[in-house]
Structures are given as C-alpha cells and as structure tokens.
Ligand binder design. Structure first.
Ligand SMILES: [Zn+2]
Length: 350
C-alpha cells in the first residue's frame, strides 16, 4: 500500500504537554514519524512524498478564524513576553471563554494571545510552537495525497499524518490534534465524486472532532470503537452510544464504547459491526482513522489489543471492499508503533 508522508510532519515539537497544570513529557513526538516509517518500509510499502495542496478542502472542514489563529499563534507568542517572563516558549491558554464565563453576553475576541488561545484550544495538552502549523498542514497534505492516489484507482493508500487529527473539531483543537486529517480526506473523497463516504475510527479514543464535523450530515458516516469515555477517558464528555447524529445526519453516527481492559475478541467484534454497518449503508469510499493506541503496550489507553488484532482489523475493513484512505491517528509506544501500523496495512491489503 502506498505510504504518503512528509518530512515537515517532524517539525512540530511540543516539548511538553500541560496536564493538571504541570508540564509533562509529551508522547505525541516527532520520533513517531520515524518509528512508523521504519515499520512500513521494512514491510515493503512504497513511500510517496506529499506535495503542498491548496487550502480549499481544509477551509470547508474548519472555521477560518481557527485556521488563522493556528497559522499565526507561534509568531505572536514569540513576540510576546512569555519566554522572558516565565520561560514559556509554547502557546498555552490560561483562560477558556466557555459559556460558563460569558454567561450569555457577547464575547469579544481577546487581544492577548494567551487569552485568545482558549477560544480554540479546548485543553492545555495541545500546545502550539514554531513548526506546529507547518507540520499540521503537511499532515493534511499527506491525507490529500492519499486521497488522490485512491481517486486515481489505488485500492487503498495510507497517509502518515502527524500530528494526528481526529480530535480537532470545526473550530477547536485539542487531544494533540490541530487539523482534522480524516475529515479533510472524507471531504476530498466527496469532492472527488463519492456520494457517500464512511469514516471508521479504530483509535483507542473517540474522534470527537470528526464526529462533530459530520454530526448533522447524511453523506459522511462516522463510526468509532473506543474506550468508554464514561470510564474517565478522553474525550470524557462525548463519545457515548446514545450519540447517533442529528437532523439529516440522524443515524449516520455510531459510537461503540468498550470497557477498560478490552482485548482482541470484543474489539474485533466491534470493528466488524462497524464494517457491516458501512457495507449496508451504500458508501462508495472509506476513510480509516488508524490509531494504534488501543494496543496493550500503549501508555495512553487501557485497551489490550495485540498486533494480530490490528492485522485482523485491517482484514475486516479491507474486506468491505471500498477504496480506502487510511489516516494515521494516535499510537505512542515507539518500540511497537511501526509494527502495529504495518500489521494493519498488511491485513487491509490481504
Ligand atoms: Zn487516541
């Protein structure tokens, strides 16, 4: 399966996350790109260089004000006092203008970048620094490159997207995600002539961003299998089975939350359920949000999927028989990351 990648995806260097007010070592690191590259090249998948794409599809997925903020935030921060004053070189919000704060009053745009950041960042984990915009934008180019290969007749193509994207909402970034690569891919497949596209998300966490982007639409289905947010896992407040879409999109969203400790059998059963659903819904193209953080060794989730489980998921989703764009999401255990991705691709292509 062709692997579309870009060296620019290494340029995002968050250095730390801020979790419960403390700067901690992040797990969404540039070395993920190289771990995956090693795994897929060892398995014989050919590399394809991503090329720069125009913003039009991206702008249909995200609010223009968020795109402008992300593009400019690192430089605005650099010009501010933050490095000299407190040694902070990354954009971290300190205020979140939620409805609880504005209480129905019209909210002005905050002038200070440390205050405005909270208008778009919905957590403190997803910091912005030099290179963040360029890397996130390059990840979108990887997704669009994979879409073009599929539109040209490839049965499936893999986009080595980093940073990941499925937690990025129409106007918000969080969960280590800035731009929603999978949603962009789905939109590009729609624009390429596919009337109904399915996104199946097998990352350990529900892709709240992708779900939100398509929640009221019938033309893009979203199905996700993930650790139960009700057990205290990201994204905490959404990702429940009762969320099935709204308006024209009623019935076009399907969430399958699983208990902590779930292993291959139950997880693959859930993946197969989503595959059957998509096959029955008349979709003509598939986007797979391939997070491999459901693996047992991964530090970010309590699921216990094995490398054979990921190969099995690939086989199940490959058998749906739709042209497929496989988009990288999470997966943080560097020693096993490349092998897990390669196992999925192996299964999908077999
Ligand atoms: Zn995840």
């Amino acid at each position: 399966m062709p692997v579309v990648w870009s060296p620019t995806t290494r340029d995002h260097d968050p250095q730390h996350e801020v979790w419960v007010g403390v700067a901690t070592i992040g797990t969404e690191v540039a070395a993920r790109v190289d771990a995956i590259l090693a795994g897929v090249t060892e398995a014989g998948h050919p590399l394809v260089d991503a090329t720069a794409r125009p913003d039009d599809v991206l702008a249909r997925v995200h609010d223009p004000s968020m795109l402008t903020f992300l593009a400019d935030a690192a430089e605005r921060w650099r010009q501010g006092p933050y490095a000299d004053l407190v040694g902070q070189t990354r954009v971290v919000p300190y205020l979140f203008p939620t409805p609880a704060m504005t209480a129905g009053l019209p909210a002005r745009r905050a002038v200070a970048v440390h205050a405005e950041a909270g208008s778009y960042a919905y957590d403190t984990m997803t910091v912005v620094g030099p290179g963040t915009w360029e890397a996130a934008r390059a990840a979108v180019d990887c997704a669009l490159g994979a879409v073009d290969l599929v539109l040209a007749g490839e049965g499936a193509a893999y986009a080595l997207c980093r940073p990941p994207g499925h937690h990025a909402t129409p106007a918000g970034f969080g969960g280590s995600c800035y731009l929603n690569n999978a949603a962009v891919a789905a939109e590009a497949l729609r624009a390429g002539g596919h009337d109904r596209v399915a996104v199946i998300d097998i990352d350990a966490h529900q892709g709240n961003g992708t779900a939100a982007i398509f929640y009221d639409r019938a033309d893009v289905l979203y199905g996700s299998v993930h650790v139960d947010p009700g057990a205290g896992w990201f994204p905490h407040v959404v990702g429940y089975a009762e969320e099935t879409g709204t308006g024209a999109g009623e019935g076009a969203t399907r969430n399958v939350p699983l208990p902590e400790g779930t292993g291959d059998a139950l997880w693959l059963e859930a993946v197969a359920g989503l595959a059957d659903w998509v096959a029955a819904e008349g979709c003509s193209a598939l986007v797979v949000s391939l997070g491999v953080d459901a693996a047992a060794d991964d530090p970010e989730s309590p699921l216990l999927v094995t490398v054979d489980g990921y190969r099995g998921a690939g086989a199940i989703l490959g058998r749906v028989g739709l042209p497929a764009v496989v988009v990288q999401e999470g997966g943080y255990h560097l020693p096993t990351l490349g092998g897990l991705v390669a196992a999925y691709l192996d299964g999908h292509g077999s």
